[in-house]
Design a protein around this ligand. Sequence first.
Ligand SMILES: Cc1cc2nc3c(=O)[nH]c(=O)nc-3n(C[C@H](O)[C@H](O)[C@H](O)COP(=O)(O)OP(=O)(O)OC[C@H]3O[C@@H](n4cnc5c(N)ncnc54)[C@H](O)[C@@H]3O)c2cc1C
Length: 430
Amino acid sequence: MKVAIVGGGLAGIAAAHTLLGDADVSEVHLLEAAGGYGGRARTDSKSIPGFAFDMGAQYIQDPTTNPLTEIAKDLRFETVEEDASYELRVDEDGTWKNVATTDPEVLAVVNGIQLSYNAARAQPNVVVAAKPRFDTQVEMFGHATSPYGPFTESAETWQYLAADRAREVAGDGAENLFVKRGVGTLVAAYGQLLPTLYKDRYKARFDTRVSAIAHAGNGITLTLGTSGTLAVDACIVTVPVAVLGSGAIKFEPALPAAYTNALKALRLGSYKKLALKLRTDPAGIVPGTNYYLIEAEPEGVWQCYRLPHAPDVLVGHAAGDFAAALDAMADKDVFDLFKAGIQSAFDGVYFTTGKAITNWSANPNALGAYSYTAFIGGGPQDPGPLKARSDLGVPLGKLHFAGEATNLQCYGTLQAAYFEGVRAANAVLA
Ligand SMILES: Cc1cc2nc3c(=O)[nH]c(=O)nc-3n(C[C@H](O)[C@H](O)[C@H](O)COP(=O)(O)OP(=O)(O)OC[C@H]3O[C@@H](n4cnc5c(N)ncnc54)[C@H](O)[C@@H]3O)c2cc1C
């Protein structure tokens, strides 16, 4: 059997390992639009020499059940536990102070949001929260869903469907792991094992964008941009749902309504990161503490921190609508905005050369960060939150879709991508 995999992120890599573990698979062709493995797990090790900047995924979450924990051990990648604490950095009448996210006043706000979310989530197609305005304390925590602070998702809480979020796994309670050389470097190394282990049966083509997939009849034919076609017996498509939804890959015949409706509901949110090399050692920004800082225009909350294992770099994150607004700005303006905010809130923060920034919304291979299920009206065409994910995962003859977005428990994570790649490969083998 000859199988094509579209996309060389973790789902595609895990699918390839699973397929090639079966001797009946004679050829696996992995087709990747970018220049290497990783997809939304990518480490930039060049922009700030000596610093592994994880542009997409950076934590191994739920490490006791996450396959990457073992993969990191096998490939001898050193990991460190996150063990962070969380503080809001607030300006009270001209004086900056820290407020712990465990402060009773803060917890009361977070708990209030949690209670309304708990009440709503029993209903099938209820949006989790009303769209927050920004001018009261509650609105500052508009997308808070945990006591860790107002910063957990790639979209705002109000954009999610309650039933979808209700299914999120509770997690294993263990600290997230950082990979010192970058989780993107680890995922790429796991991909690079494939040609070593299976050199006669495996072929990867990078800088190869699949533009059409013909799936009528028994076989499948892929159009590889301008570099010809590839005929296979089965195909696993792992490209992000926003890329699929954009029509960048033309399916012939067109996908049935269950798939196109799923792709209307499944969206990618926004998540932006930047990193700046510090010239000073600002005492107010303690390594291992995550600070949350309000930005007025565009409205949002920055998260910033220094990693204990890389204290000479200041990292900033933005999520949801705030990140989307920043993604629409020029990089220089985003750096200037972040620097101005930080330098007004903390003393003695000065930077030297060396900086890095992401823009997943503008990346044609992703068109966003990670998936959420949007409310599309609740009408008869609305597939509902989990149905959208499961509908997309149903095999269409020999054509299979897999990736973080098709997982029902832990979508939006690396482990979801891994589990879904394995699931689709096993469906091909069945
Ligand atoms: C900013 C950010 C932070 C995150 N943080 C975390 C975290 O801390 N922990 C965690 O577990 N997860 C995190 N995630 C989520 C995690 O990165 C993803 O869930 C996971 O990497 C998705 O893997 P995938 O294989 O499903 O998709 P991808 O990694 O997106 O792989 C799909 C591949 O398809 C390729 N492609 C696209 N179009 C085509 C085409 N036409 N032809 C050929 N190839 C194509 C893409 O280039 C890409 O390589 C984060 C994501 C982002 C963006």
